[in-house]
Design a protein around this ligand. Structure first.
Ligand SMILES: [Zn+2]
Length: 374
């Protein structure tokens, strides 16, 4: 199998840089996707996303289907036009949100019946329906319907759910072949913490043949050791020439370790969600600006950071805004954290190209360990 939409441009041990070609432009990988849950990255307009170097983000179809509905968005020119974003957009399948948010959920072999968490109305997702929603939105990177099972889960049910996810993947791939649509469709590998189920699923999903491969159902409560045990056994089963994506991975240490294993795409709410609580990412670790030791601190959040927040404001001022519950506080923090993540990915790509990724990420991880994490 050879992919013509993904080029590996440099390799350093298992880490690689690449270019993912989509209908809305190219993405340099490894890349981090901020999460635009409701069709926005909270507090940031599109001009800031461009300024901060965001290449693509991921949006949740569960939410957009419920409100305002994909038909309305399609009639207004699609999600790109609706959000004023002409670069790539990824969308998820809604499986995780149905699992975590829906008021009621009945999983059937044909699809998932659920009730809206907003007004309780009955809804149904099938493998075909979630692709229709993503295509109506104009998504560039799409995900097929999968069944999320959470953690912990008995092996019997985990196996049943994984087999169902694999069958849905077949249906999604077949349906997608009949659609005249230029977006990319990734496959999702489930299997909870059971490495044999994961390996079986990875082989089966790879056999179907997708434009990329996502590993889902991790970081849902299992230990870090279990997460990496699953990844260590799953990644070698994925085709080398296709992009690989760990869903929901966003801790700096996990991104660095994931890159070293050959992962190309990441997404997580933590840089934006944590920003709104006053948590700022720096190369020394995470700091919480609410801490009283910053009350008269004239320094920027990070002296080495080139983001607009750090160019203009002191820790004391930002702390004051958080303590006064000013909206500006959340905006300034989100700007810094998104810039930090984009810069981190840029540095990762640079060090893979230079052949220094292992040494450099080791240094960052050591700095984090001794950092002022609070
Ligand atoms: Zn900054």
């Amino acid at each position: 199998m050879n992919s013509n939409h993904f080029e590996i441009t440099a390799e350093d041990k298992n880490a690689r840089t690449g270019i993912l070609h989509t209908k809305s432009g190219d993405i340099e990988t490894p890349a981090f996707m901020p999460v635009a849950t409701l069709g926005d990255i909270k507090t940031l307009p599109s001009w800031d996303l461009r300024e901060l170097g965001v290449q693509l983000f991921i949006s949740n179809i569960y939410h957009l289907h419920l409100r305002p509905g994909e038909e309305l968005i399609k009639n207004l020119g699609g999600l790109h036009s609706f959000m004023d974003w002409d670069k790539p957009i990824a969308t998820d399948s809604g499986g995780f949100q149905v699992y975590s948010l829906a008021a009621r959920r009945i999983v059937q072999d044909d699809g998932i019946l659920f009730s809206s968490h907003i007004d309780g109305s009955p809804l149904r997702f099938t493998p075909e329906k979630v692709l229709d929603i993503q295509m109506a939105l104009g998504s560039d990177v799409m995900m097929p319907l999968d069944e999320c099972v959470g953690y912990p889960i008995g092996k019997g049910y985990a196996k049943e759910a994984t087999q169902r996810t694999n069958k849905w993947a077949y249906r999604a791939a077949n349906y997608f072949k009949t659609a005249d649509y230029q977006g990319l469709l990734f496959g999702i590998i489930q299997g909870s913490t059971y490495t044999d189920l994961r390996i079986e699923a990875a082989r089966e999903i790879a056999d179907i043949g997708f434009d990329g491969y996502a590993i889902g159902g991790l970081v849902v409560g299992e230990s870090n050791e279990q997460t990496w045990e699953v990844l260590n056994s799953t990644i070698p089963c994925l085709p080398r020439d296709y992009p690989r994506y760990t869903m929901g991975f966003g801790k700096v240490g996990d991104i660095l370790k994931g890159v070293m294993k050959g992962i190309d795409l990441f997404d997580c709410v933590i840089p934006t969600r944590n920003a709104r609580t006053g948590a700022f990412y720096t190369r020394e670790g995470k700091i919480n600006i609410i801490n009283s030791r910053f009350k008269d601190d004239p320094l920027p959040i990070s002296e080495e950071c080139r983001c607009p927040t750090c160019q203009h404001y002191s820790r004391a001022y930002i702390r004051h805004l958080f303590n006064s519950n000013e909206i500006l506080a959340k905006y300034l923090a989100t700007v810094h954290n998104i810039f930090f993540y984009m810069q981190l990915m840029k540095d990762i790509r640079k060090h893979i190209k230079n052949g220094t990724i292992e040494e450099w990420s080791g240094k960052i991880l050591n700095r984090y360990k001794g950092g002022f994490d609070v």
